[in-house]
Design a protein around this ligand. Structure first.
Ligand code: AGP
Length: 613
């Protein structure tokens, strides 16, 4: 999704904004631009394609000024090209806007403005906004008042940043609905505005996050927040614990590889402060759980998108097994429009790395409207999904930059496991001994993940064998069935190989017709209650000439005999095996995509945070 960076202070805004946009590249985009106020006039530079093209243009035609805004665009209305790139300058050349989101009523507004004599310079919906602001500034309103009036016309979700050469002492930012975040960064005699933390983290850790229907008026040494109608709001200033370095690649070729290897640390961090290994107890204070309210829970929905939904599929096993609570897992884009039946005692858990996924946020709103208790498991600090929930669990993995989610998949698995143990304990379902053992099993996980990562060289060999496949079939059962779905998603989204996942028991109901020597079958068959069934599935695939790779527990001689390829994993308590079995599949997808020379961190057509429908 699009990225926004703004600056007002005493330094030259141009390099600060361009560098901030670079830190947002992972969000996915197809054009970029910057505007600064130079010698009293707004100057704009825009280019299509990667940010480097804009940097080259700015180097050729330098611009500088102490206030500016920049944008990376992920095209929704109007093809990716220079004229459709942001920032958009109005007819007077005195107002300029960058915009995340979709103006859902842009056709009628465009017609209305055209009838007023406005000439449009782009095919975008976003350009509407600057002309609306100019309409009101032309009738005597100041920039803030004009932005307030203009925003009232817009339907849809928006993140907007505006500046004007008439009022070069301020930047105005606004957020409506869920089109990605709007963050104000507090510096020393300088201020920043951005759509996400990494863009400005190297300059400041003090940040305020706009909620929906809020505006920020930002000058170089102060800022204020109001509702869209102008009611003042006391902003909460967060101090971000992440360090700027953790948002860098370090010695890894790609963020994705770094983040796969960070999972020893990130899993340790997601456990930190929540597990008392001596007592064998779990603490999740942000959920305000007590025995009484835990016992009132009758049903749990888990809702999310993509990888996060696969984590929810594993979480179902944990919550049903350890807390004996019925769980339904549903894709957020389905949940939000299905008119779900929410009865008293229902908890809806939303899982989201970015905390800004439009479908997931909409599902949360739907759940709340129907009276559910809404919790979230979120990574991005200060994100909407963290703020609007009744309670939340922070993944605590640090920034995840690679579009393909890895550490923000394994962390919620452990978070859901901890939640299940806590609920099982509070509801009297788990005995003290059972609870204690569950907690001790958690202690093993970071080390076991580390042992999987030590086998990366073996995975690279297997990636060489599989990299030219056109298709792949991932099979799993029981608690590892979701890992088949996650492994297939990882492969398809970064290597562009068609990969699909199936519950292994379904093979004989059709998919086995796909199996031949051209169709690699990847079976997740660790030491868990479903292993025997998986082995027979593998035998059926082998009998039809299929090439089979198995994720198997160290020492499993049967798997070694059967499979063409074995991804060995260390022995693991079976409930936690998904945290381990996914690691070789993450590495496999990463290395296949790398061997295919693809843009691993920013795969085509994808964005890190899908803030549009
Ligand atoms: C996963 O690798 C993908 N990038 C995508 O499926 C992602 O998990 C999904 O868009 C949900 O994102 P979220 O966790 O930020 O809500």
């Amino acid at each position: 999704m699009c990225g926004i960076v703004g600056y007002i202070g005493e330094k030259n805004a141009t390099p600060l904004i361009l560098n901030g946009l670079k830190r947002l590249e992972y969000r996915g985009y197809d054009s970029a631009g910057i505007a600064v106020i130079e010698n009293g006039s707004i100057v704009v530079r825009r280019n299509v394609g990667k940010l480097g093209n804009l940097v080259t243009l700015v180097n050729d035609q330098p611009i500088s000024g102490k206030i500016g805004i920049g944008h990376t665009r992920w095209a929704t209305h109007g093809e990716p090209c220079e004229r459709n790139a942001h920032p958009h300058l109005g007819s007077t050349k005195e107002v300029v806007v960058v915009h995340n989101g979709i103006v859902e009523n842009f056709i009628e507004l465009r017609e209305e403005l055209s009838a007023e004599g406005v000439d449009f310079n782009s095919d975008t919906d976003s350009e509407i906004i600057v002309h609306l602001i100019e309409r009101y500034m032309g009738s005597g309103k100041d920039m803030v008042g004009a932005v307030r009036k203009a925003l009232k016309h817009l339907k849809g979700a928006h993140g907007i940043v505006v500046m004007s050469s008439r009022e070069p002492d301020k930047i105005v930012a606004a957020r409506i609905g869920n089109a990605g975040g709007v963050v104000v960064g507090l510096g020393d005699n300088e201020m920043f505005v951005a759509s996400d933390i990494p863009a400005i983290l190297e300059h400041t850790r003090k940040m305020a996050f706009l909620e929906s229907c809020q505006m920020a008026i930002v000058s170089k040494n102060s800022f204020s927040v109001t509702t869209l109608d102008g009611e003042p709001i006391e902003p909460q200033i967060h101090t971000i614990g992440w360090d700027a370095v953790s948002a860098e690649k370090g010695e890894y070729r790609h963020f994705m590889q770094k983040e796969i290897h960070e999972q020893v640390r990130s899993l340790t961090d997601t456990l930190a402060g929540r597990v008392d290994f001596e007592e064998g107890k779990i603490r999740l204070p942000q959920l305000n759980l007590t025995e009484d309210n835990a016992r009132l829970i009758r049903k749990i929905f888990i809702t999310a998108c993509g990888t996060a939904s696969h984590a929810g599929m594993v979480g179902k096993h944990y919550l049903e097994k350890l807390a004996r609570i019925p769980v339904e897992v549903e894709i957020a884009s389905e949940f939000r429009y299905r008119d779900p039946i929410i009865e008293p005692g229902t908890v809806v858990i939303a899982i989201s790395q970015s905390g800004e996924t439009a479908d997931t946020l909409a599902a949360m709103e739907e759940a709340r409207k129907k009276g559910a208790i809404v919790w979230s498991i979120v990574n991005a600090i200060g994100s909407q999904a963290m703020r609007v929930a009744d309670g939340y669990i922070s993944m605590q993995t640090g920034p995840e930059i690679g579009v393909a989610s890895t550490k923000a998949f394994t962390a919620p698995l452990v978070d859901l496991y901890m939640l299940a143990v806590l609920l099982g304990d509070l509801r009297g379902v788990l005995s003290r001994e059972e609870r204690y053992q569950c907690v001790q099993d958690l202690r093993l996980i970071p080390h076991l993940v580390g042992r999987c990562l030590e086998r990366e060289e073996d995975i690279l060999v297997h990636a060489q064998q599989l990299k030219d496949s056109s298709n792949a079939l991932y099979l799993g059962r029981g608690i590892n069935m979701p890992i088949a779905y996650e492994g297939a998603l990882k492969l398809k989204e970064i290597s562009y190989i068609h990969a699909e996942a199936y519950p292994a028991g379904e093979m004989k109901h059709g998919p086995i017709a796909l199996v031949d020597k051209e169709m690699p079958v990847i079976a997740i068959a660790p030491q868990d209650p479903w292993r025997e069934k998986m082995i027979s599935q593998v035998e059926q695939a082998k009998a039809r000439g299929g090439k089979v790779a198995i994720v198997a527990t160290d020492g499993d001689t049967r798997s070694a005999e059967l499979a063409d390829i074995v991804f060995w994993v260390p022995e693991t308590p079976w409930l936690l095996s998904p945290v381990i079995t996914v690691i070789p599949l993450q590495l496999l997808a990463y290395h296949i995509a790398s061997l295919r020379g693809l843009d691993v961190d920013q795969p085509r057509n994808l964005a890190k945070s899908v803030t549009v429908e």
